[in-house]
Write a protein that binds this ligand. Sequence first.
Ligand code: SAM
Ligand code: SF4
Length: 346
Amino acid sequence: MTPFDVAHHSKPTATGPTLIDGFGRTVRYLRVSVTDRCDLRCVYCMAEHMVFLPKAEVLTLEELDQIASTFVGLGVKKLRLTGGEPLVRKGFMGLVENLSRHLNSGALEELTLTTNGTRLAQFAKDLVRFGVKRINVSLDTLDPVLFKSLTRGGDLAQVMAGLDAADAAGLAIKINVVALKDTNEAEIPAMISWAHGRGYDLTLIETMPLGDTGEDRTSQFLSLAKVRETLSSFWTLTDIPLQTGGPARYVRIEETGGRLGLITPMSHTFCEACNRVRLTCTGVLHTCLGHEDEMDLRAVMRGPKGPAGLENAIRLAIAGKPEGHDFHISEGSAPTLARHMSRTGG
Ligand code: SAM
Ligand code: SF4
């Protein structure tokens, strides 16, 4: 898609302009991948020997701020920084500090991040200082040996130290667990008990066919309908009508008193309430995780119009946000989408 002037798809409201797509959905949530790099190599996310992008292709911290701030000016209320691993990007805390001006002004309601937790011991305090209140930490197992193999070399103790630091700093935590057949499948109840015992929410995620990881997708896929059935055989799961505009459905587990989220992109559709878009670390805007539609905001920003061209390009992309996604996992098939989650941002 090339940007050109379009009729404005934004409605002025009492609180400022609003981005509304062609299906009447208001976009209020932007996820930004700040790097494609990571200190781990999770088997469902990356290939063992990933080739990372040349630096020139990745947005500078200033460009990331510029795009994110344009979205905030267009009514986005929630910003999630992700990656790759956001905390490995040099200068990342400076970006968080700069973006916190939108929290201070009241334009932004939430600034948050998704992290693998390995560097939280170093950064948790600063995150809180810059207005971050909640974070998502991805952790698929509490077994150090399995953690090492799932992440191809990671050290669980580092993540645990990170969680302790995040607790001490006062961050609210949600643990994200990718449910993997025959891998962490049996450990899921223990992980839920552990997380709820520490006062964390926990969300289970089905694997999505994003990018070639060198692993067989069909052997990894575990349906959360099946997990729910198993959990229901010994726990009482009560649906809670928490509508986040995101893909998670929530239940309360009466026995643990905690909340469990279930993200089931493969077995459910959640597109009708979708309020989010994603920016890759190269500046490509994806308005749907399950489609190849894209708008190259880096080209716009580095082009003749410069940052002044961003607003129209964003409006054009939002106007074309697809109605819904379409994933397939079939044996031996190529991933539905060639891009890796680490580039798109989970
Ligand atoms: N490195 C950070 C982390 O792991 O939290 C942030 C980026 S990571 C790409 C964001 C989320 O995407 C993680 O929770 C990860 O488990 C999830 N993820 C990565 N690849 C996935 C896949 N193929 N299917 C489902 N979830 C995936
Ligand atoms: Fe890194 Fe996160 Fe992908 Fe794991 S899921 S390889 S931690 S980006």
